[in-house]
Design a binder for this molecule. Sequence first.
Ligand code: AMP
Ligand code: MG
Length: 308
Amino acid sequence: MIKPKLLEQFLVEPGTTVNLKHFATDWTETEAARELGKDVTKERASEILAESHKRLDAAQERLYASDTHSVLLIFQAMDAAGKDGTIRHVMSGVNPQGCQVYSFKKPSTEELDHNFLWRYMKALPERGRIGIFNRSYYEDVLVVKVHPEWLGPGQPTHPDAKFWEKRFEDINNFEKHLTRNGTLILKFFLHLSKGEQKRRFLERLNNPEKHWKFSEADMAEREHWKDYQKAFEEALSATSTKRAPWHVIPADRKYAAHALVADTVTTAILNLDLEYPKVSPEKMVKLEEARARLENKDPADSVEPPPA
Ligand code: AMP
Ligand code: MG
């Protein structure tokens, strides 16, 4: 487990103005990594990830049993930052029945004909479950801020600052509504450097098994790197709240991103202090009756011995 104090440095303090240059993309340069010591290190990160798997599996079972809360994990990032891999690694220890992942793509015509939160509302996790948004309503203040022409029909062609402020307000109110109704929300921005994105794109081009992952559109978006970083800074500044905080996770080293996200998620769920439901005295009597029957004290429940 990473000390909560060390995890705090990845948190966007509510009400602050984010400058992404002040957040590390390489975890070995962070205070947390230095404190973890010796070889800062893949090995230590994989221990943390393994520990988290056990704790997360137990936390998830409690979440399911208590049926009072749901968990919503939001992942946003530039292309090739490792959203898919992080989700796969972090959730690999968890009972698949207790979680669900939605990957949001370009909205359909039907989706564009509704309010911008509509398609996300339909995908929210029910109580007892962990829901993961691989991209989310934050795309509606990120990609469409860089490309307002993708906002869809009935929307302004040149949205002004007020337009985006209203969307931030809608998002904050939406998240307030969700948390008031028992949803724990954690948001992760996987912070990748431009150099590392280049290396990962080249790896996709050089490895035939990774060709499918490469899209020309990703190259086009890379040209807008600065606009995206600015849009991220504005979104993180406006929407990191105590109830639904943003974490800026250094993503240049995949193993570190996996360990940091796993630890943050696990610790937050355990901090909910969920209890297994208490059994009523009437139910206790029923349980005892069932035990007596199964232990064959009741002839009505005797079992034929298996054939020899
Ligand atoms: P991928 O995650 O690589 O499969 O790509 C999904 C694509 O859908 C990305 O290019 C996103 O920017 C795009 N996308 C997701 N949500 C929206 C949205 N609300 N408006 C426009 N494009 C979106
Ligand atoms: Mg892609």
